[in-house]
Design a protein around this ligand. Sequence first.
Ligand code: 5RP
Length: 220
Amino acid sequence: MSNHSVPQLQLALDHTRLDAALDAAERLHEYVDIVEAGTILCFSAGVEAVRQLRQLLPEKTLVADFKVADAGSTLAELAFGAGASWMTVICAAPLATFASAHEVAQRYQGEIQIELFGNWSMEDARNWRGLGLKQAIYHRGRDAQAQGQSWSQQDLDAMKALSDLGFGLSVTGGITPQELPQFKEIDVRAFIVGRALTDSANGVATAAEFHQAINHIWGK
Ligand code: 5RP
């Protein structure tokens, strides 16, 4: 067992149809801590996905995974106005985009999450902290995963460095319960899980497997 806090479980809804996403949310929301309107769903159904998920789950922490690259304040108005608690901004976005999205997020008592894909540096991370951003998502992309990319020591070291800077860290990208032990030294705020929950024959049982593994590794 570790000294870190117990990570939460976040359900990512990456359906191409809103009705299927709402069905999955109804089925699984009680078994997860956070629900996300995934990027694929947001492309398919737009901000309506966030609005309907908020209607269905008035009390839940809800993420709009827009992966914003520009027009930070406009897109943040759309996300938070529709009921999002948090919205993602991609690490490649200019600092000005982070600043404008963060300003809107604060007005709604929401938060911005930085999506870490590909190229970024610890200097970027310090700049994001300087703006007051507190959450980052360490991401293995589904295309990279499909080409065989696994988690490396370099990934784990970067995660630790981000935690040391004060970021609450979420980890995502094809995560399964069997993969969790490799993150045992990391202070993970949440594991974001899509397909392992939504494509499972029994998503409720799979969510239970995640919680069991999380409690075994990080539980007090
Ligand atoms: C893709 C995403 C996904 O929502 C996230 O990675 C979780 O999905 P999965 O567990 O199916 O990989 O943000 O960009």
